[in-house]
Design a protein around this ligand. Sequence first.
Ligand SMILES: NC(=O)c1ccc[n+]([C@@H]2O[C@H](COP(=O)([O-])OP(=O)(O)OC[C@H]3O[C@@H](n4cnc5c(N)ncnc54)[C@H](O)[C@@H]3O)[C@@H](O)[C@H]2O)c1
Length: 359
Amino acid sequence: MKKQIKVDLGDRSYNIVIGKNAITEISKLVYNFSKIIVITDDIVYNLHYQCIKNFLPQHQTIVIENGEKAKSFTVANNICEQILQHNIDRKSLIIAFGGGVVGDLAGFVAAILLRGIAFIQVPTTLLAMVDSSVGGKVAINSLYGKNLLGSFYQPKAVICDLDFLATLPNRQFLAGYAEVAKYGFIADNNFFSYLDSNYNDILQGDERHLLEIVAKSCQIKADIVARDEFELGDRALLNFGHTFAHVFETETNYSGEILHGEAVALGMAMAMQMSFKLNLIDKSQLDLALNHLNKLGFKLHASYFRQSWLVDNLVQHLFKDKKNQHKQLVFILLDKIGRAKIIKNVDLQLFIDVLKDFI
Ligand SMILES: NC(=O)c1ccc[n+]([C@@H]2O[C@H](COP(=O)([O-])OP(=O)(O)OC[C@H]3O[C@@H](n4cnc5c(N)ncnc54)[C@H](O)[C@@H]3O)[C@@H](O)[C@H]2O)c1
């Protein structure tokens, strides 16, 4: 069974197709292009390239080294030159085949080549299926921080073939699940209850539940993006837990010591604690939410990842957060499970207090 979700953005609308064997759908989408370029990483290439190859007409394939380091100007430039060497035109198509790194990088390349050529996202990690492939944020990293060079550039389609998840290491699957739980926390209490009742089957990779959680996550993100494509308001709610997460990711230099999703789970626990300290949520809601993350096996204390952390360094990273306005701290907090709010002008001391509870 397959599900289809529309991201409603006027003449830039597109569909997300989700299901087992959904990759077959790609042949219906690629017939009208003058040239097709598949961008993937070495791991995905070795595991799954044959699956996609069979459904594409003649194409060029570019394989990058897996890992966050690929989101650089050097790699982006290299890819552009390899593509331009083959005389592309504005009717060419890029297919991003991989996790969030490949999606962000290939989308960035698509946005700048000839001032923009079409691209399709074929995500292969849970995180990419439920988050990075949807919504059109494309980016590479700068020496000064992550995702600082980029654009809003929507794909023509997203194809989430759940079969790809079978090869994903457990640690990566759980990291992706953090974003799934996030949607329950920020937007849908019923979805949270569903996750809390079925987490065991989900972790076992039960097909029916995988289809449900990917589809529901994409639907929630699609609705938010349709309301606020360029993050002028509500889209910031999707950053729940991310402000805390970024300070740990920056401190570890995005080395993989703490994965993005692991940092988000820890960050969500901290954001809930902050919500509790501000009397936005009560103790029973806090316990319910934290219990869920604990049952899943998330490490909700930063000492699991590194024995000691320097508060001063973490605070410095906090001030680089893109959400801050005129040096005032902005956090996404919960006022109950299923409803998030943007809270401005948060006291730095409160951030430090919460930080100290978790490091
Ligand atoms: N654009 C957005 O809105 C957005 C949102 C969230 C995250 N991101 C970005 O996404 C990136 C993280 O994405 P990610 O977690 O998918 O990481 P990733 O792309 O690095 O993938 C994680 C690892 O899994 C491997 N892999 C991918 N698919 C696999 C499969 N099916 N089986 C086995 N191994 C597989 C990859 O080779 C890689 O080693 C970050 O760069 C982050 O900034 C972007």
